[in-house]
Ligand binder design. Structure first.
Ligand code: NAP
Length: 306
């Protein structure tokens, strides 16, 4: 099968390319240097050359603060970009796979969101991604929309300055004795390697539609950090940051756990628990090979917000 992956050098895109290649597909990876998703004309040429049966769009403007500062650009990339790709995919008879986000929800439910739950984004990023979903649904039938959460992968996240949460924690732990991390945002940290496997699996089917696609289970960022240090055997003082200690500049859902209900109904859910995903990630990461012991304390001065 011929597959075009847009955002091919991104955190997720790199693993998506790798996974399709591993499965024997012919992959054309497209980067931002070659394509601008907010421009229909820019997409046409590379897609005509690639002749894909499947287009995977991992490209997005997803730095939450930058989206808030420039809502028109965020809309152009996340909403109109999705529409442009849907129009091209429709013309070519290709299947379109779009990556969306847990930030389409406001977090008020406080239990895992189903695909059928009404979205209520709190910020520009969530709104523009939701608009992108709607454009695709209203443009073409042969699509998959996968909402995911808190990604981390071997390849750096380009939009967020290169370092994922796991690497940031390990770096800070190596530099400082003490860290403070927020405990009041609950997510499902998802490995891009696992998400890429799920994308390939779904692309082999014609069960088109909207899917929640995250690691199983959930944790706060503090609990995630705690487990990172435990598995990596890193010694650092770790404490919970106070609720108003590091106020978020942009409203975000305090709870954005997704239930992979649609995938499970089809028997196609390939995700493991977030701890298992983290273990696999750390097993293949050099920074995890420096054994130290973990320690906890409440008198710590440093915190990070993802
Ligand atoms: N990261 C997360 O925690 C998270 C959570 C939930 C959902 N998501 C979604 O998952 C997807 C992948 O995220 P990621 O972490 O892999 O992001 P990433 O590392 O920032 O990769 C995004 C890729 O898209 C490219 N790109 C950005 N704007 C573009 C445009 N206008 N036209 C063409 N290409 C463009 C980027 O290229 P340049 O860097 O050269 O611009 C980069 O290669 C996104 O759709 C995001 O909304 C991410």
């Amino acid at each position: 099968m011929r597959v075009a992956v847009i955002g091919a050098n991104g955190q997720l895109g790199t693993d998506v390319v790798r996974e399709f290649v591993r499965n024997g597909d012919e992959v054309c990876g497209v980067t931002h240097a070659e394509i601008e998703v907010s421009s229909l004309e820019s997409i046409r040429g590379p897609m005509a050359a690639a002749k894909p049966a499947v287009i995977v769009n991992t490209a997005a403007m997803h730095h939450v603060e930058k989206c808030e500062q420039d809502p028109l650009q965020a809309y152009a990339v996340n909403a109109l970009g999705a529409r442009n790709l849907a129009l091209i995919a429709l013309q070519m008879g290709a299947v379109l796979i779009l990556i969306s986000t847990d930030y389409v929800f406001d977090g008020a439910k406080r239990e895992p969101y189903l695909e059928s739950d009404p979205p209520m984004p709190l910020n520009v990023y969530g709104n523009t991604k939701l608009a992108g979903e709607a454009f695709i649904r209203s443009t073409m039938e042969k699509h998959f929309i996968l909402r995911t959460s808190a990604l981390y992968g071997q390849s750096p996240c380009r939009a967020k300055g290169g370092r994922n949460f796991v690497e940031l924690m390990l770096k800070l732990a190596a530099e400082r004795d003490e860290l403070r991390v927020v405990n009041d945002e609950i997510v499902s940290p998802t490995s891009t390697a696992e998400l890429a496997r799920q994308i390939v699996l779904l692309s082999r089917t014609d069960h088109f539609g909207l899917y929640h696609a995250t690691a199983e289970g959930s944790c706060s960022w503090f609990e995630f950090a705690e487990r990172i240090f435990e598995i990596a055997c890193v010694r650092v003082k770790l404490a919970i940051a106070g609720p108003d200690e590091f106020p978020a500049k942009v409203p975000r859902p305090k709870y954005s756990v997704l239930e992979n209900h649609g995938l499970k109904k089809l028997g196609l859910n390939s995700f493991r628990s977030w701890e298992e995903g983290l273990r696999s990630y750390l097993a293949s990461t050099p920074s995890a090979n420096q054994p130290k012991a973990i320690e906890q304390s409440s008198d710590i001065k440093m915190k990070t917000h993802p």
